[in-house]
Design a binder for this molecule. Structure first.
Ligand SMILES: *[C@@H]1O[C@H](CO)[C@@H](O)[C@H](O)[C@H]1NC(C)=O
Ligand SMILES: *[C@@H]1O[C@H](CO)[C@@H](O)[C@H](O)[C@H]1NC(C)=O
Ligand SMILES: *[C@@H]1O[C@H](CO)[C@@H](O)[C@H](O)[C@H]1NC(C)=O
Ligand SMILES: [Zn+2]
Length: 772
């Protein structure tokens, strides 16, 4: 048995990890940790794609209770006596008989030193049900103008065409009322109507559908060959396999009209988004509790009726802005958020996901819905029209399989174990605390805390979470003789993968404990600037949402100054003497761009846009999130191959093309001369082939970026001095408009104005960092 565990031949190459840390060597004491300024944190991509070589066809071996840590490469193994020692609790465990074949030259995959991540794929129990089918419950807004409704319908038709045959599909349409469509009957379409004015409980929903007798599992529930619990009529009537409901659904879409209720002059349409979502959640909760299912809402405007209402019907009442929210002058905001918090709790209990695709020139309420989307691990896409490629192409992608698949998975639970003295403060990202309290939980909470276990109803290959750590206050350095050199953290994710199989992903990492007084260098070398920038961005975004008076710019300035004072080399009060280790060198620039970014300068955007940007910031990999904070810029010209350019106006030149990747948007910017030649059509003349190629190169590169990104980014193609050039210019360092450094008043710590150049910013930084 051990032989097939180990697999044959050479071990696979080291995996790329799925964990990044702000600090890759940790100080031993809480006091020293707080002097590091940037918090001890790890980002983990719980199910990033791994090679099949890392998948083990048997269940994990666990340490004895109460530890339960999974066997990993950092366990010390006594091959003679068949004993492994757990690095978390130091218990000694006997290998069970089926590991009898192991030896130093025949170790099971989970002990390969280069595999910090493995995935267990135990065979299903003998009489277990087949994997459940994917479930898509569509909730469609009909308060749309004709054109938008047609875009929405064609997106739906495309989706229906690519859905897996066995996928269960349900449909609610809504406007003034919510209509639940019975898909089971072929001839006449039957509809259940729910009033939009009143909050409706799950019980009332089931009553109205004649399902209430079946509430409360599991009497009368018999597992069916399709793996679903089936109850008299319920599933069959409202959730049908795609293969059976394709015809009725397409017929229904053909007949679907804009909401027929009259809209008075000067009013918004009556739109009961929240009631429609309640009905979807209630029905799924009754039919398919515990089975992964997605509610996919396509929303074209604000909820103006009933619970979850974000604005009144009168057009004279404007939608809430950041200013209104700051002044607490939005009458509906807290009530609506409360509604979505309750919906989030219900969905998390049921294991279901809420995805929102929003298309509107104005806001639809993403800021209020954020909690329900984020806590369930849902997807969100925001654009101005259902016909925009951002929405259209993103929507289609969620149904793709194979290479292009997003790897949408369900029913995830993340458990974290760590060495004694490490405390977990919480997680920022798409998950919900399961409130599993224990000795490992810190008292102060960041994000989803008070727990060592988190639920992820929906997760996918790009899902990323940020875990914040603290150290226990005991002075470890006092007891050096007895302490251990290494710290360990283990992440265990149980989940149902895109094919419906239960998997257990285990990532175990180790890092060094440092004695700062003798080993400051290793601390510095372990600083990961990109991760630190992303973690700070996530942290301040959370604080901006939670704390009324939080001043993000000032907080960032102070932190950066403290960091540079702590880790820089300089003579006191001599700015020109300041130098800093290369491991910190680009960090000030990240902070400079973070201060200018949409995450801090929220007043340039609507609350919906801010909520949208933050949800993506919180769920993407470090590499992607860095681009959101500090866009990347490539320069194309005749003389060189495409080269990275400084994010500075100085990079603009008449004979260059620039490609800006700001994550949410991608800009191709033609310098003046290039634009002129292009308008003259030189690219179409055979003697100017080189020019045609130069024009094409950034287009091809942009296509490559767009192909891999979800949501699909906005593509802007513009010319220097054209009206859309601002999409590029807004992201560039304003070095050219630099108008003499403003003197800092002595003693003041508000140091930077919003439009200083990077150079001025760094000068000020050095001056303040060296101050005694
Ligand atoms: C590891 O995690 C499990 C499950 O969350 C928990 O019961 C156990 O106490 C943890 N072990 C240690 C050593 O913290
Ligand atoms: C969901 O996950 C839990 C915990 O990992 C597991 O016990 C349960 O069987 C899973 N449910 C389904 C429907 O797979
Ligand atoms: C710190 O710098 C050293 C030397 O350039 C480099 O090898 C190391 O990878 C850097 N550390 C991190 C965490 O990036
Ligand atoms: Zn243990």
């Amino acid at each position: 048995m051990a032989a097939d565990m180990a697999g044959a031949g050479a071990p696979p190459p080291a995996d790329p990890g799925g964990v990044r840390m702000t600090w890759n060597a940790w100080p031993r004491s809480k006091v020293e940790a707080s002097k590091c300024v940037v918090p001890l944190a790890a980002t983990i991509s719980p199910i990033y794609p791994i090679s099949d070589d890392f998948v083990l066809p048997y269940p994990p071996l666990r340490c004895k209770p109460p530890c339960f840590a999974v066997l990993n490469p950092f366990c010390s193994v006594d091959f003679i006596n068949r004993i492994w020692t757990c690095p978390f609790c130091f218990s000694r465990n006997l290998f069970p008989p089926h590991y009898d074949g192991i030896s130093e030259s025949n170790v099971p995959g989970e002990l390969y030193p280069q595999l910090s991540t493995v995935e267990y794929a135990p065979p299903p129990a003998p009489h277990s049900l087949p994997p459940p089918p994917p479930v898509f419950f569509f909730v469609l807004d009909t308060c749309l103008i004709e054109e938008e409704l047609e875009f929405l319908k064609s997106s739906m038709r495309r989706a229906l065409a690519v859905l897996p045959e066995n996928a269960l599909v349900g449909l609610i349409t809504f406007g003034t009322q919510a209509h639940l469509h019975e898909l089971g009957c072929t001839d006449i379409s039957k509809v259940f109507v729910f009033r939009g004015t009143k909050e409706i409980t799950k019980e009332q929903i089931l009553d109205q559908l004649g399902l209430s007798g079946h509430r409360g599992q599991p009497k009368g529930v018999t597992p069916q060959p399709n793996g679903l619990p089936q109850r008299a009529g319920s599933v069959n009537r409202f959730l049908l396999p795609a293969s059976e409901c394709n015809y009725p659904l397409n017929a229904l879409l053909d007949e679907l009209q804009s909401d027929q209720w009259p809209v008075e002059m000067g009013n918004r349409p009556t739109r009961c988004t929240a009631v429609a979502l309640s009905v979807a959640a209630g029905l799924l909760g009754a039919c398919l509790p515990g089975t992964g299912a997605r509610i996919i809402a396509l929303v074209g405007g604000p909820c103006t009726e009933g619970p979850g209402m974000i604005v009144s019907k009168e057009l004279s009442e404007p939608l809430r802005s950041h200013k209104d929210l700051d002044k607490d002058a939005s009458p509906h905001f807290h009530k609506a958020v409360k509604f979505y918090e309750n919906l989030a709790n219900q969905l998390v209990d049921q294991g279901h996901v809420l995805d929102v695709f929003a298309a509107s020139l104005d806001q639809v309420g993403i800021a209020e819905m954020k909690v329900a989307v984020e806590r369930t691990g849902g997807l969100v896409v925001l654009a101005e029209s259902f016909g925009h490629p951002i929405l259209k192409d993103s929507f289609t992608r969620i149904f793709y399989g194979g290479e292009q698949s997003l790897g949408l998975s369900f029913n995830g639970t993340l458990n974290i174990n760590c060495s004694k003295d490490i405390k977990i403060q919480g997680i920022i990202g798409p998950c919900t605390s399961m409130q599993k309290k224990g000795a490992l939980c810190a008292d102060t909470v960041i994000g989803q805390g008070h727990t060592t276990a988190w639920k992820m109803c929906g997760l996918d290959r790009s899902t990323c979470l940020t875990v914040f750590f603290d150290l226990s206050p005991s002075e470890r350095s006092n007891q050096q003789g007895t302490t251990h050199e290494q710290l360990y953290i283990q992440f265990v994710t149980n989940y149902q993968n895109a094919e419906g199989q239960m998997r257990i992903r285990v990532t175990t990492i180790t890092r060094k404990w440092l004695d700062i007084s003798t080993n400051a260098e290793e601390l510095v070398e372990g600083f990961d600037q990109e991760t630190a920038a992303v973690v700070l961005a996530r942290y301040i975004s959370l604080k901006m949402e939670m704390e009324e008076e939080f001043d993000a710019t000032r907080w960032l300035d102070r932190s950066l100054i403290r960091l540079c004072s702590r880790f820089g080399d300089y003579r006191k009060d001599d700015p020109s003497s300041f130098t800093i280790n290369p491991n910190f060198s680009i960090f000030p620039q990240f902070v400079f761009n973070l201060r200018r970014s949409q995450f801090v300068q929220v007043f340039n955007n609507s609350p919906d846009e801010t909520a949208y940007f933050r949800m993506l910031l919180n769920r993407e990999s470090v590499t992607n999130s860095v681009v959101m904070i500090q866009p990347s810029l490539l320069s194309y010209s005749f003389s060189t191959t495409p080269t990275p350019a400084l994010l500075d106006v100085a990079s603009v030149a008449a004979d260059r093309i620039l490609l800006l990747d700001a994550y949410f948007s991608i800009v191709i910017f033609h310098g003046m001369t290039i634009a002129h030649w292009k308008n003259m059509g030189y690219q179409n003349q055979p003697e100017h082939q080189a020019f045609a190629q130069l024009l094409q190169a950034p287009q091809d590169d942009a296509k490559m970026i767009i192909k891999d990104r979800f949501p699909v980014p906005r593509l802007v193609i513009c010319d220097q001095h054209g009206s859309q050039a601002r999409f590029l210019l807004a992201k560039l360092n304003p070095s050219a408009t630099y108008n003499s450094a403003r003197e800092v008043t002595p003693g003041s710590d508000v140091i930077f104005t919003d439009d200083v150049s990077l150079q001025v910013f760094c000068e000020h930084l050095q001056r303040l960092a060296v101050q005694s």
